[in-house]
Design a protein around this ligand. Structure first.
Ligand code: IMP
Length: 194
């Protein structure tokens, strides 16, 4: 089965590829000739995931799925949430986002947070399916590790050995991550409908 993942994030593609059923050909946006930025103007993760997947379906006619992820920090009332990518401004810089997060959290003893991913799949019939995944963790005081991307250097999953996601291999991150959990729902659905 040929399935497009509506993202330009190479890290996400690397995480997702090993999770898909054997025989699935995962296509990136570049593979289908899509080089424009996808619209992402909704105010929920599910809305953005649907919007991105729907855009690819409408303009390229390819079966595809998209994800949208937010970091929800308890002491910040769930922020940055759906605005995680632009937390420190429109430049979407991971370094700036992490610096702002550590600054905002500095006075708060409660460091708990969760990553939440919603995956939206457009089936070849045009129907939409949604799958969610969550991982609980804490935000560390300083950044550690060079792997992963985004907020990974300051996110330590609760079900772990004290390392941040950025200190893990992709395989290790995939054992507990929000995205791997959402993709597990997608894979179960694909296997059921195969
Ligand atoms: P999006 O899902 O690509 O829109 O991501 C929203 C924001 O969360 C961006 O700043 C990403 O870098 C960040 N992000 C998404 N997934 C992850 C992850 O697995 N680890 C760390 N940061 C992430």
């Amino acid at each position: 089965m040929r399935l497009c993942f509506a993202s330009n994030n190479a890290h996400k593609l690397d995480e997702i590829r090993p999770l898909l059923p054997a025989g699935t050909e995962l296509l990136s946006l570049a593979d289908i000739g899509c080089h424009e930025e996808l619209p992402e103007t909704q105010d929920t993760l599910a809305g953005n995931a649907r919007q991105k997947a729907q855009y690819v379906w409408d303009h390229y006619g390819v079966a595809c799925f998209a994800d949208d992820t937010g970091l929800e920090v308890t002491a910040l009332n769930g922020e940055p949430g759906v605005y995680s990518a632009r937390y420190a401004g429109p430049q979407r810089s991971a370094t700036d986002n992490v610096a702002k997060l550590l600054r905002e959290l500095q006075p708060h003893p409660n460091r708990s947070a969760q990553f939440r991913t919603v995956v939206a799949l457009i089936e070849p019939t045009g129907e939409v399916q949604e799958f969610a995944g969550v991982v609980d963790g804490i935000i560390t005081d300083t950044a550690s590790g060079v792997g992963g991307f985004g907020y990974d250097p300051v996110f330590q999953p609760v079900e772990g050995d004290g390392r941040t996601f950025a200190e893990m291999t992709t395989e290790e991150k995939n054992k507990t991550s929000h995205r791997a959990r959402a993709v597990a729902g997608l894979v179960a659905f694909l296997n059921k409908s195969a």
